[in-house]
Design a protein around this ligand. Sequence first.
Ligand SMILES: Cc1cc2nc3c(=O)[nH]c(=O)nc-3n(C[C@H](O)[C@H](O)[C@H](O)COP(=O)(O)OP(=O)(O)OC[C@H]3O[C@@H](n4cnc5c(N)ncnc54)[C@H](O)[C@@H]3O)c2cc1C
Length: 587
Amino acid sequence: MSFPIRKFDAVIVGGGGAGLRAALQLSKAGLNTAVLSKVFPTRSHTVAAQGGISASLGNVQEDRWDWHMYDTVKGSDWLGDQDAIEFMCRAAPEAVIELEHMGMPFDRVESGKIYQRPFGGHTAEHGKRAVERACAVADRTGHAMLHTLYQQNVRANTQFFVEWTALDLIRDENGDVVGVTVMEMETGDVYIFHAKAVLFATGGAGRIYASSTNAFMNTGDGLGICARAGIPLEDMEFWQFHPTGVAGAGVLITEGVRGEGGILLNADGERFMERYAPTVKDLASRDVVSRAMAMEIYEGRGCGKNKDHVLLKIDHIGAEKIMEKLPGIREISIQFAGIDPIKDPIPVVPTTHYMMGGIPTNYHGEVVVPKDGNPEVPVKGLYAAGECACASVHGANRLGTNSLLDLVVFGKSAGDSMIAYVKEQSDWKPLPKDAGMFTKQRLDRLNGQANGEKVDALRTELQRTVQLHAGVFRTDAILKEGVDKVLKLYERAKNTEIGDKSMVWNTARIEALELDNLMEVAKATMIAAEARKESRGAHASDDHPDRDDVNWMKHSLFYSADNRLDYKPVHTKPLTVDYIEPAKRVY
Ligand SMILES: Cc1cc2nc3c(=O)[nH]c(=O)nc-3n(C[C@H](O)[C@H](O)[C@H](O)COP(=O)(O)OP(=O)(O)OC[C@H]3O[C@@H](n4cnc5c(N)ncnc54)[C@H](O)[C@@H]3O)c2cc1C
């Protein structure tokens, strides 16, 4: 055996909202639960979530879970699985009240109930009017949620491995998952964590793009690890571009700004969203607003000397409301754009924000793969939740505030599934004889490599390539060229080097290992995007401008080993209600 072994009932890779919610469930059930995180848990990227978490509480205006379900199905452009969407929207009010009872300090309305604001794509009565559904803690909702969940986990005795990184999955001869290899980042020491169940909650992978609202740590590790272990990745062609990243910096300005009354203007001072989405205007869903902005810029109505952005105006709601409801946004605007939104509009451009695809799961949080003619057979011992997972509730386009909801709903349900599975096992399944060998080979290769590719340069080239070839606008030719380029970069990444081994910090080694994960995500993204000959949600092709439900209402599955694409049907049977029939997606 190559590395020291530690045993746990459950290993959770990721200490963000999804990982912490799952861990809480497991620890409270008395299971020996380890949570690994590359950063201190409360620095996980959930901390950056600003606008809110959706739930049809109806604290401001009448609201219903089935309206929320309709909006989510429509937002997904009918690629979301309707059973999973029903499960999530029904569970939302309870999930938010549960967070409130854990101590999450929500803002309040006059009556003392949780404050709710409108958000893009969330409507009452199937699109008739915008509805206040986003439960918010000022513009720091993720921060409040993460701290609440962390404190609850400390109380429940979850074991934290802070600044530890997972490297590879360990599967036995039946393909069941029995553990992971992990590295303590400070020392570089590698261990095998032998587990009855493993959950990935490693968050997004926005760093495959050059301009992203995602943190530097969002390198898609869970996806890369699964892809190398033979698990396909689902719907990777769908990436959300948030309409309002600060121009030139990429930092996010929450949709909550438009929810509070902010409007988008072009160089003529025109509120152009009135032309693209006459009913809900600036609060149309993100793909619609992003494409409208790109179109304004493309047609020469962009602002600034390079005409490369539009303006987000908020001064008309008044200084007092900005200071009370959007203090973080004011700070970001001053620091990153050099303007005070109390007086001037914020320069904004669409920026990569969220990955709709990921590790395929069902709504129980079990990772599912095609086997023996059945499109969705659970991989025993393997679970995923949060942004790295594809349940699939977001389909081709996620509605804002549905991600924080996804973390807590599916984090909890994955936790429950793991408890049941762990309790079935009287003992740990044995590790395979070669456990850890694959990781050892990867590390030996890095340590032995001289005169290879530089990690920094290769990562930059990858990010620029994906930005250019898998952006807001896509054509067959642009995508095809992108596939060729990414496949070449993927090969070159097999020869990365980390410099003089006696001199480097472990961070250099870890960045090289993270690049392997970025490569897996980028390859899956480019190949799945090139293959999809339609426009749906965030995947908009100039050569195939219409949605094609006959041929393309299906999920893609990408297998890394042989660069193969497969497809599986969208779930069209909700749990208790009628199927929401496809319709044209207008706002
Ligand atoms: C700026 C911004 C604002 C947003 N605002 C909202 C909002 O208002 N509402 C909403 O619903 N959504 C919002 N989102 C989206 C939402 O915040 C994210 O999708 C969500 O927080 C992701 O949570 P997660 O638990 O899946 O992952 P994260 O919170 O990103 O956590 C990932 C965890 O995995 C760990 N990890 C990763 N790789 C490894 C590894 N190899 N080994 C060990 N640990 C690892 C990390 O250390 C981290 O602990 C926003 C996103 C951004 C970027």
